[in-house]
Design a protein around this ligand. Structure first.
Ligand SMILES: Nc1ncnc2c1ncn2[C@@H]1O[C@H](COP(=O)(O)OP(=O)(O)OP(=O)(O)O)[C@@H](O)[C@H]1O
Ligand SMILES: N[C@@H](CCO)C(=O)O
Length: 321
């Protein structure tokens, strides 16, 4: 999260007065993250997260995200719940933005994940996929293969200022992925952004998942690719096979992967790496003036992408044949 939009005290007090959570005692901007404006809200009833939805969130998708949290919680996935106001609405408007209050989840995200953390995340991801299977709403993935080229075009004029040769490398990758992207893998609701900062642990036990604002319907195995990318690389850029194996085995303990899903993993990992390279590149080149935000390094994902091009089969991620 980040803070793009400031909220006046009177507006906040009026917004919170519609809820049954007491008066505002304090409200502090959260610097972490890059997508929405987030605040730690302290009221007479306790702590909450106040989110103002920013540029990448289509307000029409908010019932999907908020409904998904409620659905997953009923299905045994620990996650925050939207708080409803006295009229039963989970969504309102604050400072000109769609806004919601969600419950505070205890735990911290791990800066240096171990293989054990990766195993727990693999299992949690499978639990998410199983619990999401009977969710009634759907949302297409707005950041899948057909969206990557238009997204790239918006950064293209300045891409080579970030890294010489970056534009050409992205264009070759887009050509390859558009030609080879799978069409018929098992689909369902995916988290699509289950990075370490979206998974909380309490004393090494996974305590819950947050940040459902990229969730959508897409290939289930693509979600694993997002997690292999975000959890299993070391800071020196190398892929940690022990972590990859732990994550895949954690997942396989609850949901089997088909042969086609296994075979597609290297391609899905390339696609996922390109997706985060492209959104990070755009954000890097377009920091709004005055925003409290730390854009993330796009080149981290260029290095991951290059690694995936060298992976011939899923044993390269630790998948036992
Ligand atoms: N329900 C919650 N309970 C406790 N803390 C939360 C909760 N939701 C968010 N946070 C805090 O806010 C931080 C950022 O949240 P989040 O990851 O949802 O933001 P974001 O802008 O969507 O970030 P990104 O998409 O870059 O991960 C978290 O790391 C955590 O510190
Ligand atoms: N988790 C993403 C930010 C949200 O899309 C990243 O690290 O690039």
């Amino acid at each position: 999260m980040a803070v793009y939009t400031e909220v006046a005290d009177e507006d906040l007090a009026r917004f919170v007065a519609a809820y049954d959570i007491g008066r505002v005692l304090a409200c502090k901007g959260i610097a972490e993250g890059v997508e929405n404006s987030n605040f730690l809200l302290h009221t007479e009833k306790g702590f909450y997260i106040l989110t103002l939805y920013e540029k990448r969130v289509d307000p029409g998708d908010l019932p999907f995200f908020l409904g998904l949290m409620e659905h997953l919680a009923q299905g045994g996935v620990t996650c925050p719940l939207p708080v409803r106001n006295r009229t039963g609405a989970a969504l309102g408007t604050l400072a000109g933005r769609p806004a919601a209050i969600i419950t505070f989840l205890d735990g911290v995200w791990v800066r240096r994940p171990t293989a054990e953390h990766c195993g727990a995340v693999g299992a949690a991801l499978a639990r998410f996929h199983l619990a999401g299977a009977d969710f009634a709403l759907t949302r297409r993935n707005a950041l899948t293969v057909d969206a990557w080229r238009p997204l790239y075009e918006r950064s293209k004029p300045k891409a080579d200022t970030v890294f010489a040769g970056l534009a050409g490398e992205i264009e070759r990758e887009l050509d390859a992925l558009e030609a080879a992207w799978p069409t018929d893998l098992p689909r369902g609701v995916i988290h699509a952004d289950l990075f370490p900062d979206n998974v909380f642990f309490l004393e090494d036990r996974l305590s819950g998942l947050i940040d459902f604002y990229f969730a959508c319907n897409d290939f289930l195995a693509y979600d694993l690719a997002v997690c292999l990318n975000s959890w299993c690389f070391e800071t020196d850029g190398s892929f940690n096979l022990t972590k990859g194996r732990a994550m895949l085995n954690g997942y396989l303990g609850l949901r089997a992967l088909s042969d086609a899903e296994c075979a597609a993993l290297p391609l899905l990992c390339r696609g996922s790496a390109l997706r985060f390279l492209l959104t990070r590149l755009y954000d890097w080149l377009n920091v709004p003036p005055g925003a409290l935000v730390r854009p993330k390094d796009p080149l981290e994902y260029l290095r991951k992408l290059r690694f995936h091009r060298t992976v011939a089969d899923p044993s390269g991620y630790g998948l036992d044949s």
